[in-house]
Design a protein around this ligand. Structure first.
Ligand code: TYD
Ligand code: MG
Length: 456
């Protein structure tokens, strides 16, 4: 049977089908299918009279390809440069994602001040009026003459304007407000987001300018319409953090021009986002004194060690099944640690509610966080204080053993730098450590029992 010349595409989610549907099987939208002419398959070229072009004269030797020495723009914000892999690359398209209100527009306006010293910037906003942007700029102390504002939601007109006005840098805030007139689906739908991103990608490459696109993330964590954007753009950065906590993490999820291991730490102040160069200090400030149930942990965020406080509280339950509540730590991981404490050390928690909190809204996502969590729990249940100058890290095995973790030297260094006196580390990792290098007591432990013996 001959293949149908038409395909039907859902204008809400981009789902393709060979027949028309009243309801989209993928996103559930009604009456959203549009008829499109199927693009001819690659093999049909063989039948046509046109010869296939020979591209051999377009092949370049790697050595012949010239690169400008000046390919990265310093944004003036060290933490952002770090996440970008050293600055904004010329001709690249960067997606800045995050929940609404997290601070995307704020940081972009802030970098305009520094970038504006030498470059012209076109800030396209589909969300705010020019007056609102001006007011925010005033508040942030942005008064550069090189910043131009355009309020529009017509993606094609915007791309055209960028080409004709030739700014050095362009910012699109946000992709969900942009739309292309000839596509019938509403702004923010998958088709619109994908086509607008493609359009801006061409603009960035043709004009050889860096472009930053803002993308809002919806509740389930994906940018609305958006996994499709991730593979089009050159770099994807996410802004994370609790809206009610003041600090924000900027994380690279994809970067064609740098590592995805780096994070940037910021704090939202009344005058915009400020870089936090010493996150450990910020997270440890305000620790309680003479209290049981707290222990300091060390997490590696990329190549950066960050110290955070773990707090545990165990209280008699009034339910048949005791409550377990966690913030900033994996719920199942906590249950495993509780099971290990019960089975291997005989510390029963069947009648206790357990609450665990990583202070500062931080997430302790690494196996190295197991030991400080177990220590905080033990300290809380036994009501024995842990020395305030003690830090611990290590993965806990189901046998109650402490297993090795990565980056041990960096972690110990950070503890030392922050003035800690004692450090409990996995015994297995000790081969990488030269004890004489450190001015901190290093206690190697191979089992939970051994680690707990330090708590007096
Ligand atoms: P915004 O950059 O508008 O978020 P997004 O563009 O990601 O949606 O950030 C707005 C939030 O930041 C808002 O809740 C208020 C807060 N904020 C400050 O605390 N201080 C400031 O100087 C600014 C400009 C915003
Ligand atoms: Mg915004």
């Amino acid at each position: 049977m001959a293949k149908s010349r038409f395909i039907y595409t859902c204008n809400q989610c981009g789902y393709e089908s060979s027949k028309w549907n009243g309801k989209c099987p993928s996103c559930g939208a009604w009456n959203s299918f549009e008829e499109e002419e199927a693009s001819p398959a690659a093999s049909t070229r063989g039948n046509s009279s046109q010869p296939v072009p020979d591209l051999s004269d377009k092949i370049l030797e790697l050595e012949q390809i010239g690169v400008d020495s000046d390919v990265r723009y310093d944004t003036g914000i060290g933490e952002l440069n770090r996440v970008l892999g050293g600055g904004l690359v010329k001709g690249s398209l960067v997606l800045l994602g995050g929940e609404p209100g997290i601070g995307k527009s704020t940081i972009l306006l802030q970098i305009c001040q520094f970038l504006g010293e030498e470059h012209s910037i076109l800030y396209v906003s589909g969300e705010e009026s020019a007056r609102q942007i001006k007011l925010r700029a005033q508040r942030l102390g942005v008064d550069t003459e090189n910043l131009y504002i355009l309020t529009s939601t017509d993606a094609e007109a915007v791309a055209e304007t960028i080409a004709s006005s030739a700014p050095d840098i362009a910012i699109i805030d946000s992709i969900q407000t942009m739309s292309i007139g000839r596509i019938t689906s509403s702004p923010g739908s998958l088709t619109q987001v994908r086509e607008c991103t493609n359009l801006f990608m061409h603009t960035a490459k043709n004009q050889e300018i860096p472009m930053i696109i803002v993308g809002h993330v919806n509740k389930d964590g994906a940018i609305a319409g958006p996994k499709v954007m991730e593979h089009i753009v050159d770099a994807v950065l996410y802004f994370e953090g609790e809206r009610h906590q003041s600090y924000r993490l900027l994380r690279a999820v994809k970067n064609r021009f740098g590592s995805t291991n780096e994070i940037g730490v910021f704090e939202m102040r009344d005058k915009g986002l400020a870089e936090v160069e010493n996150p450990s200090q910020m997270l440890l400030s305000g620790r309680p004194h003479n209290v049981s149930g707290t222990c300091v942990a060390c997490v590696m965020e990329g190549s950066r060690p960050i110290l955070a406080e773990v707090q545990a509280l165990a209280a008699k339950t009034s339910y048949a099944a005791p409550r377990r509540m966690v913030t900033g730590f994996d719920f199942n991981r906590l249950n495993i640690i509780i099971a290990v404490l019960e089975k291997r050390l005989g510390i029963f928690m069947g009648t206790l509610d357990v609450y665990l909190n990583i202070v500062g809204g931080f997430r302790l996502d690494e196996p190295a966080g197991d030991l400080p969590v177990a220590m905080a729990l033990y300290s809380g249940i036994m009501d024995k204080q842990i020395d305030e100058q003690l830090i611990a890290f290590g993965e806990i095995g189901l046998g109650g053993e402490i297993r090795s973790v990565s980056h041990i030297v960096q972690r110990i260094r950070e503890a030392e730098r922050m003035g800690f006196r004692t450090c409990i580390v996995p015994k297995q990792s000790m081969s990488a450590v030269d004890v004489s290098e450190f001015d901190i007591d290093i206690i190697p432990a191979s089992s939970l029992k051994q680690a707990f013996s330090v708590i007096k």
